[in-house]
Design a protein around this ligand. Sequence first.
Ligand code: CO
Length: 604
Amino acid sequence: MVKLHEMILRDAHQSMLATRMRTEDMLPIADKLDQVGFFALEVWGGATFDVSIRYLNQDPWERIRLLKKALPNTPTQMLERAMNIVAYRNFPDDAVKKFIFLSKKNGVDNFRIFDALNDLRNMEIPMKAVKENGGHVQACLSYTISPVHTVDYFVNRFIKLSKMGADSLCIKDMAGMITPQRAYDIVNGCKNAGIKLEIDLHSHCTSGMTGMAYQRAVEAGIDILDTAMSPISGGTAAPPTESIVAALKNTEWDTHYDLELLIEIRKYFLKIWEKYRHLHRFNALKVDPSVTLHQVPGGMLSNLIFQLEEQGANDKYREILAETERVRGELGYPPLVTPTSQVVGVQSVMNVLHGRYKVITKETKEYCRGMYGKSPAPIKPEIMKKVLGPKWKEEIIDCRPSDLLKPMWDKCKSELKEQEDIEITDENVMTYLLYPQVGLKFLNKKAKSEFKSDELPLSINHPLTRGMVKQSFPEYKQIWLEDKPPEQRSGPAEIPTEFEVEVDGEPFEVKVKPTGGFLVAGKNENSNEKTKNIEGGIKSNMQGTILKIKTKLGEKISQGDVIATIEAMKMEQEIKADKAGTIKEIFVKEGDSVSTGDILMQVL
Ligand code: CO
């Protein structure tokens, strides 16, 4: 008998609806979902925490409490990013332990724990904390393809994870690129090695091979498969639950789930899918077998294309793909998942645009220092030298990254106490600890929800619905502009210029500038100065947001001095002066958005 692990309330809408499903759209169907008999229901963690406070103005802690109450018979699961918790950086041990305690207390039963680099040291603390609080640990290995990621690599690590106290194991194929043979070999390898724990296979339909991979995994004795109810399945999401149930019916692997009940649940989610239609993306529904060729996950691929467009270098697409493969090898074959996908992707773009390792992101430096954990294979010494300088050996750490961090809990708690009108609960302190800015805005009741459930679906004329249709049918832009007489046309201002895009399941806010025909006025009053060519102007070599101005008016600087830092797609980069002189003028301030070629300062 095979069990299914239902993804509809977390991974499925994170993959296909930008993680936007609201709590009130989950609760009405919880009772029916609870009757199916799933191994577990994934309902929390991943990007759901961030998106709830950032875009939905909903308390993630309340969501898990309500869901647990509505799902008395089914274990609830969260996806936990080891020392990154539900954010994107390493946290100290006290924060991780407290988070696990609070999650269990509020209603999480099963914790799926993974580390981007499969560095087991990063998994120890959260795994132990789950056990101490009486939860179920599902220990994951991030799946990828490389010369070091052999069948033995996975089997040996799963043996170690079993010894570390895991209750079940999971192959986390986040990019949907596992082949049928690979799935068979890993599961079979684990079973032959005498691993007794139940094994779960998590995958996405991206490559088109997943149904076959599931069948082979079943033949090798897999215990659990991850699926999502059909209305939010396929494409970049998991295979459809009902189809897998039907496929295994009357075989030795029969799930014995009630298909009629599942079809009833399906009807409900069809309505939910429709409700969020402004988030539908044709490309997310399509099979993309290219992932099998270059091993770059779909989410990361769209990120790369997007960055190239931003930097005006669309013609470099193939070059970047080849560079990504090369950089990944040089950096020791990290699995490409948040946050390592960003490290490798952005560095590859920089290498192609500015020369190999001429511009190095802060994140690449941190990665090479070992601040994310140990790379699967050693990083090439010549790359270490380029990234960290000739004394690179002194820069690297060999301890667990979180060993270097100071405890955070007490400090965050006293910081929050200084705020007026915020109730000091452990859950609120944790929200603030994880997301100091966005969390504080939410706790101060200054967050706004994009939409309430009853405002959805958006009308066909809403800019976001138009944006969706325009992406799928570019010619629609014209139809909308031309279906009214000229005097009634509201013109291009109605075409959205600010979007939120999902990269690897994480939300980004981006501004898009029209490239021809019309111009949208810049928000910055200095926008004219910023784009003019002036004597001694220091230009930005990328599009992004100014994080810090590292100089001041009248200061004398030398060539190569860092004058500002800029953030592009979550990566922090330094902008260096290309000449020596005195700062005569600063055209930007911290927080400003700039484009490639914008003049930031004048040095004479
Ligand atoms: Co997934």
